[in-house]
Design a protein around this ligand. Structure first.
Ligand code: 5BU
Length: 257
């Protein structure tokens, strides 16, 4: 099924918007921007903005975070049209994550279209996040699998995570996983650990190619970080390269190529 056909099927607004952007900009690339200064963060976002459907952040690694950064980020979002996914990986009881999501320094719920959470604590984590995020029109991804070596999120843990998502379809828009987990097209699959030039990073990260992820494994969105902004890289050239490879794999999957 095409991204635009998928977009019409989602009841959750964020999932619909994501696939509409993917189709309009012809990119299934999400940038994982793990840099630690505002200036680098904004410069790279502005350069790569035209080639991505989604910007994945770890807002708490910025050494000079302030509220101004969020305003600047929102301006870049309006300029380039991408969704913002704060990869916060919530992992506590419902009452705690509710505060972590909406309060503190970062006030994530005010600017992140998408967040993610571990299923480990049980359904309460989804209920807590949902209380905050659903009225704001946000969406949640559950961590069904991880890209790192030795991950414990496999087998029955992954299966139970899928079942949890199905119980909360109004707010859970999909999964972080290495592959499409369900036969139906009700959920978004986003896959990190994607790179064209290396297979690992020395700290447990494992890389697969966009083609493997999109064509062979049926995922929807590739998440690429250091493959694009790593040292000595031309970020615009790399972003275009990943966009092209990701998009070609999708077209091949739907039989256009
Ligand atoms: P990289 O530079 O492409 O390796 O960055 C990958 C990003 O995806 C990084 O922000 C991780 O925190 C994130 N990630 C991951 O690599 N693997 C996972 O299973 C999950 C997130 Br969940």
């Amino acid at each position: 099924m095409t991204y635009s056909e998928r977009a019409t099927k989602f009841t959750n607004k964020v999932a619909r918007e994501l696939f509409e952007i993917v189709e309009r900009k012809k990119t299934n690339l999400a940038l994982a921007l793990d840099v630690t200064t505002k200036q680098e963060f904004l410069n790279i976002t502005d350069s790569v903005g035209p080639y991505i459907c989604c910007l994945k952040t770890h807002i708490d690694i910025l050494v000079d975070f302030d509220d101004e950064l969020i305003e600047q980020l929102k301006r870049l979002q309006a300029k380039h049209s991408f969704l913002i996914f704060e990869d916060r990986k919530f992992a506590d009881i419902g009452n705690t994550v509710k505060h972590q999501y909406s309060q503190g320094i970062y006030k994530i719920s005010e600017w992140a279209d998408i967040i993610d959470a571990h299923s480990l604590p049980g359904d309460g984590i989804v209920s807590g996040l949902k209380e905050v995020g659903l009225p704001l029109g946000r969406g949640l991804l559950l961590l069904a699998e991880m890209s790192s070596k030795g991950s414990l999120a496999t087998g029955s843990y992954t299966d139970a995570t899928v079942e949890m998502a199905q119980r909360h379809k109004d707010f859970v828009i999909g999964f972080i996983a290495g592959r499409k987990l369900l036969m139906n097209d009700d959920f978004v699959t986003m896959t990190p650990g994607v790179g064209l030039d290396v297979t690992k990073d020395g700290l447990g990260q494992q890389y697969r190619t966009p083609r493997d992820v999109i064509l062979e494994s049926g995922s929807d969105i590739i998440i690429v970080g250091r493959g694009i902004y790593g040292s000595g890289k031309d970020v615009i050239a790399e972003a275009r390269r990943y966009r092209d490879v990701g998009w070609n794999a999708y077209e091949e999957r739907i039989g256009k190529k």
